[in-house]
Design a protein around this ligand. Structure first.
Ligand SMILES: Cc1cc2nc3c(=O)[nH]c(=O)nc-3n(C[C@H](O)[C@H](O)[C@H](O)COP(=O)(O)OP(=O)(O)OC[C@H]3O[C@@H](n4cnc5c(N)ncnc54)[C@H](O)[C@@H]3O)c2cc1C
Length: 358
């Protein structure tokens, strides 16, 4: 049965959830306090690097992998559809992923076998542009990337084309305890009604729900990224010791990122600029003396073990949560959208829903 679903927050998780619900025949409204597909105060989706894969997936639990591996497989199809139906680019590109030591190679190889991820043990010197002489690197040729601002713009247009109402510059007030949610007040005193509400408010979710979901453990974790435009770019994503570089097909190169517990402060800092530049130059010496074209940050919805909450609220009828995707919200969004939609529709969830319960 078709329902009117209001989604609170227009980042990647909110927009991907809206797309899934539209496909299932629901009427959807997204309420966003700023503008969808832009960055005003640290929204994470715009700021992300766009690797459609976790950094060291063997470090995560099975429930995290269930979401990321679904996304890693689905993105090609989603992006082809978005590009075909909107005529906008998404930046989807299979660039492969080179992982330089240190990592547990035995664990890595057995994880790749378990998840059927193509992998090769390689010498770093086989790859152009990087200084590393590491003998024990890993090459994952099938790993892809998207370009977050492009993907968000394509999603936004697709949602408009499919009659999704975008209520922008509209901020919902923190929710008070109640038995059933039929309407929700905005900060400027308006009332939004719906059959169901889904909170996809990223790092701000706890602020919105703390009176009704005190057990929700989400806090902002800032990430900063630098942008270069080298003369000769890398051909693949490169990762080493928590730091990565992502080459874009049009010649740009991202270098990031940080994991900073600094509250809702989305500024960039000189200290991080220097640190990230030093790490980038150590891997790619040609960057020495090259200008940094841009430096930005985003606030990830940080959660313990990177495990999001994808769940009906245990006591408030009509309230659902789809939030807390921390480092991998871009990658996880397709699976997360499907799971929350299964719960809304009362279908058997396509994966075990228990690990994500509030
Ligand atoms: C530097 C960096 C690099 C990253 N790289 C990757 C990567 O390579 N791969 C990957 O998979 N993930 C990556 N991520 C993580 C990913 O970006 C996030 O997990 C994801 O964007 C979270 O999406 P979201 O929709 O939950 O949050 P957001 O994009 O932050 O969206 C939440 C939205 O809710 C709105 N909102 C909040 N409160 C209210 C309210 N009261 N009323 C109305 N609207 C409200 C906000 O304005 C915001 O637009 C990266 C993140 C960062 C910061």
């Amino acid at each position: 049965m078709s329902k009117h679903v209001v989604i609170v927050g227009g980042g990647i998780v909110g927009c991907m959830t809206a797309m899934e619900l539209v496909d299932r025949g629901h009427r959807v409204t997204i309420v966003e306090r700023n503008q969808i597909a832009s960055q005003t105060s640290g929204e994470s989706s715009w700021a992300g690097g766009g690797i459609v894969f976790p950094l060291l997936p063997w470090m995560y639990s099975e429930p995290v992998n269930a979401l990321t591996q679904f996304g890693a497989e689905k993105y090609r199809q989603i992006c082809e559809r978005l590009e075909c139906e909107t005529n906008l680019p998404t930046g989807f590109h299979q660039s492969g992923f080179l992982i330089l030591p240190n990592f547990d190679s035995q664990l890595a190889l057995s994880w790749c076998e378990q998840y059927q991820v193509e992998v090769e043990s390689v010498k770093a010197s086989q790859f152009e542009g990087i200084s590393s002489q590491d003998e024990n690197a890993l090459w994952l040729p099938k790993v892809c990337q998207i370009r977050p601002p492009y993907l968000m713009q394509a999603l936004r247009l697709w949602l408009e084309q499919h009659q999704v109402t975008l209520l922008e510059n509209t901020e919902l007030s923190p929710l008070q305890e109640l038995g059933e949610l039929k309407e929700w007040k905005t900060l400027d005193g308006r009332t939004i009604s719906a059959d169901q509400f889904i909170v996809t408010s990223g790092a701000w979710s706890f602020q919105l729900l703390k009176d009704v979901a005190s057990q929700l453990s989400i806090k902002p974790m800032r990430g900063q990224i630098l942008l270069y435009q080298p003369k000769n770019n890398l051909n693949q994503i490169v990762y080493k010791d928590g730091f990565y570089m992502i080459p874009r097909p049009d010649g740009y190169l991202l270098a990031g990122s940080t994991l900073e517990d600094v509250g809702f402060d989305s500024s960039t800092t000189e200290q991080v600029r220097v640190e990230l530049a030093a790490k980038a130059e150590a891997i790619m010496p040609a960057l020495k003396g090259m200008p940094i074209i841009k430096h930005w940050s985003g606030l990830r919805p940080g959660t313990p073990e990177n495990l999001p909450t994808i769940s009906a609220h245990p006591t408030i009828k009509n309230l659902y949560l789809n939030t807390g995707h921390f480092r991998y919200g871009l990658t996880m969004a397709p699976a997360s959208a499907k799971l929350i939609s299964d719960l809304i529709d009362g279908n058997k969830p396509f994966i075990d829903a228990d690990p994500y319960k509030l």
